[in-house]
Write a new protein. Structure first.
Ligand SMILES: Nc1ncnc2c1ncn2[C@@H]1O[C@H](COP(=O)(O)OP(=O)(O)OP(=O)(O)O)[C@@H](O)[C@H]1O
Ligand SMILES: [Mg+2]
Length: 305
């Protein structure tokens, strides 16, 4: 299965959350491949803690592959190449966790027949090799979004299951932007339909993820004054109302990830050691990521809302 990770704005938590989802699925036994299609600013290597990926991706990253300058994109085996002490010990029963990095000096490019073909070839090959392929797309209505909409509209990809996650933060601007990226005039749905996707079918494979959501009831905010607390709760209510009027309400939300202090400070994978041993990360974050990872392939959450 392919999962496309999109967001309208930058800095939404798209890459860090998607990388954590890939990690959770690999822990659960799936063979997972993470593709960094954020050609302008690839970051996945840092999140997975694989500094060598920068070298590997110097001129063999996904950007070079798609524009025809590399025959095969570089692959990084995260379990063996990471510098992260905990990740280096591959847990028994886990699946493969492979990163295909973006080129260090990549950049956006318009889709041509040639690079579209290479994109389709790659996605088809990976789909038969891995259980799950997570594709981190550049923010906004990018060339990367256009390319995968085009690729998945082709008949040869019709047998490949593809789902979309649209990430946004929990603010008025982010809610409106995420809705517009999907349902707006030149949004994902319109762009897909223009390329031959069936509108209803495409809408049914798009879900939203709310990232870095502050929970006014959580211990993190227990020190705020009663006035601040009341204000936060009111904002939260207003945002839920706004999301629902923008058409991205509860029934289309695959999950929410709470604001996590560790991720606020550092782009990384949250391991069980961070939660149980050093206790630097919140249990709620781990649980939310784990639940979200499970829902990616749980059809119950992808039925027509
Ligand atoms: N749940 C969270 N709580 C707190 N901070 C978070 C959370 N998720 C992500 N972040 C932080 O938010 C910042 C932006 O996240 P990330 O880089 O994943 O966003 P992005 O949408 O991929 O951005 P870009 O468009 O620039 O690639 C990072 O510093 C990340 O660690
Ligand atoms: Mg990113």
């Amino acid at each position: 299965m392919l999962v496309f990770a999109a967001s309208d704005k930058g800095g939404t938590g798209r890459s860090v959350t998607s990388a954590n989802l890939a990690y959770h699925r690999a822990l659960a036994g799936d063979d997972v491949c993470y593709l960094d299609f954020d050609f302008g600013s690839p970051t996945a290597a840092a999140v997975f803690d694989v500094p060598d990926a920068r070298q590997a991706a110097e001129d063999r990253g996904l950007h070079s592959y798609l524009i025809g300058e590399a025959a095969e994109p570089a692959r990084i085996d995260v379990w063996s190449d990471t510098e992260h002490r905990v990740l280096r010990t591959r847990p028994p029963g886990s699946g493969r966790l492979v990163l295909m990095p973006g080129d260090v000096s990549g950049g956006e490019f318009a889709t041509t027949d040639d690079n579209l073909r290479r994109c389709v070839d790659l996605l088809l090959r990976l789909n038969s090799e891995f259980d799950l392929i997570i594709v981190d797309l550049s923010a906004g209505r990018s060339y990367a979004v256009d390319m995968v909409l085009e690729a998945t509209s082709l008949r040869e990809m019709s047998g490949v299951e593809a789902r979309w996650l649209v990430f946004h933060r929990w603010t008025r601007q982010h809610v409106a932007a995420a809705a517009s990226l999907v349902f707006g005039k030149r949004g994902i749905v319109a762009g897909g339909v223009a390329r031959g996707h069936d509108e209803e079918a495409l809408r049914n494979v798009i879900r939203f993820v709310r990232a870095a959501v502050p929970d006014p009831e959580s211990a993190l905010w227990s020190q705020v004054s009663p006035t601040q607390s009341a204000w936060m709760r009111e904002c939260d209510r207003d945002l839920k109302q706004l999301a629902s009027t923008q058409g991205i309400g509860y029934s289309l939300v695959l999950g929410s990830v709470p604001l996590e202090p560790v991720l606020q400070w550092r782009e990384q994978l949250i391991t069980d050691e961070d939660v149980l041993d050093s206790q630097i990360a919140n249990r709620e974050t781990w649980d939310a990521l784990s639940e979200l990872a499970g829902r990616l392939t749980d059809d119950k959450f992808w039925e027509q809302p």
